[in-house]
Ligand binder design. Sequence first.
Ligand SMILES: Cc1cc2nc3c(=O)[nH]c(=O)nc-3n(C[C@H](O)[C@H](O)[C@H](O)COP(=O)(O)O)c2cc1C
Ligand code: SF4
Length: 403
Amino acid sequence: MESILFTPGKLGPLELRNRSIRSAAFEGMCPGNRVSTDLINYHTSVAAGGIGMTTVAYASVSQSGLSFDHQLWLRKKEVPSLRVLTNAVHREGAAAGIQIGHCGLMAKKALSGGVCLAPTGGFNLYGPTFPRTITKEEIRAIIRDFGMAVNNAREAGFDAVEVHAGHGYLINQFLSPYTNKRTDRYGGSFENRCRFMTEVIREVMAAARNNMTVVVKMNLRDGFRGGMEIEEAIEVAKILQSEGVHGLVLSGGFVSKAPMYVMRGSMPVNVMAHYMHETWMKPGVRLFGKILMKPEPFREVYFLEDAMKVREAVTLPLIYVGGLVSLENINKVHNSGFEFIQLGRALICDPSFITKLRSGIVTRSECNHANYCIAVMYSGKMACYQQEQNVPAKWVRQFETNS
Ligand SMILES: Cc1cc2nc3c(=O)[nH]c(=O)nc-3n(C[C@H](O)[C@H](O)[C@H](O)COP(=O)(O)O)c2cc1C
Ligand code: SF4
């Protein structure tokens, strides 16, 4: 019997040729916050590799939401080059999605117009940054920016937007009791902590009208004591369903507090320090990296248990992400009631993974969750050590011993 993976599926107004989506995984291919040929070629290669939909990662809706030099800023002037990207993806038979978000307290002031905004100001050790408390006027402006980003995405030919409400970025910073200590209508009770997200989603849904798919990537848990837990996440999922979004991507983790909860495994901090542009931060990363980026044990389909709790509580399409490397587990996820799956590292390792699964050439990915791709991400590139030339032999030994 053919795997559900290879059957078409409807996600909002969009029909995908199969149930696979390339998860938003930062490409680092937008120097000057602009689209590059590398970004276009990379997503074209993923589309040619058989994916149902590819997702351009982590595009900021506003200047104040930028945290990386090589991160896309989804402005009007990027529309023509993004149009080249979506046309190329469509020609390969895949759909094109784009993740939109705002990084809040992770902003890099040199890029973000000198501001770093958070639901509640204070020190962010991981940045390291000193964000200030965002005002109500700034909240309204960012909500409008989300709507404008959707309009730009439509004009550029995208079929879907994925709103980033997880991983400790701005929407998640409002949701989480750890980062939201406000006493106005945007903080305090659960209802108040959800208000910013709800207002963003209403703006996004209005801009998407009835002809663009809207999915939301949200946390099942923030991944540390004092953060959002599964009970509240289930309520968040119910709110998003009642707002009419077309699907939820269920993830977890918090970049400023529990980054490895997102991807599991350990961060090769020596590699990360080696590639960092900020030389003054290298010794700190070597010394304290393992404490700040605490390793989390990797097991396949590590979010499935919590994701099942959401599956039982809502009826809208759910997209499973996290630790999928084999056809066996992809089938298990589909048979557990998840309509779509997302793949991150399996596609960084091999953009043709889906085609190879389909033709039976492989049944599992070669990815061994060594997380070199995450360590180099901070230097503004996306690469798998298995494909890169000139990776030092001692690093290769390290990755293959740890896996
Ligand atoms: C190099 C890299 C960059 C990532 N960047 C993002 C990102 O920009 N936005 C996001 O929501 N998730 C990001 N992620 C997380 C992935 O989308 C995905 O949720 C996670 O890797 C788990 O899926 P996997 O086990 O299939 O890799 C990134 C992951 C990797 C490995
Ligand atoms: S660098 Fe490691 S974790 Fe990343 S895709 Fe390659 S094998 Fe997988």
